[in-house]
Ligand binder design. Sequence first.
Ligand code: NYM
Length: 211
Amino acid sequence: MSAGKRGALIIFEGCDRSGKTTQSRLLVELLKSKDVPVQAMNFPERSSNIGQVINSYLTNSKDLSDEVIHLMFSANRWEHMNQLKQKLLEGKTLIVDRYSYSGVAYSAAKGLDFDWCYAPERGLLKPDAVFYLRAPASDLASRGQYGEERYEKAEFQERVAKVFDRICSKEASYWHQFDASQPAEDLHAQIASITDELLPKVATQPLDKLS
Ligand code: NYM
């Protein structure tokens, strides 16, 4: 990369089955084809010790209180922050499937206080853009059976979507909402065009923190 140019931190958010995984893959492939240094990541990152506890919880082999698992998800982001920062400063753009907002949305949907949920996220790197894939939970459910993991129930997902909507209207300056029920190629084209404008714009901006 040219001196002083950093990569962008781009997050995909949305309910389960909203197409985040497909869209992040398409965006990574596009950027690679343009020789943009890029890396895909996702949270939870299940390989660390904390990540393995989260995985046991999600696959129902372990029970933890709502508060404890919430803080584990947050700790899982914190334990990777130096690594993310370093990559961004080296000029790598990071395309991340889920971040702090999933942490808040899934826990607040269980009834935990919104501000309490957000508090441990303060100080983490602030994304340059969040691409929020939004579709009615009934549409998402009709894409096929939800899996076996915790949270994969239409009624719960509807509550999660409400919290995402609330965050989206509060953080409108860097959140971009998309209709997730449109064809994947159309969605990708919109995401690609926003990313095209974003990368040169943020390249010389300092990294910011969630406040
Ligand atoms: N999830 C994910 C949370 O509850 N809190 C978080 O902080 C994060 C990052 O984990 N149903 C939930 C949302 C998903 C589940 O994510 C696993 P994925 O993207 O399916 O691996």
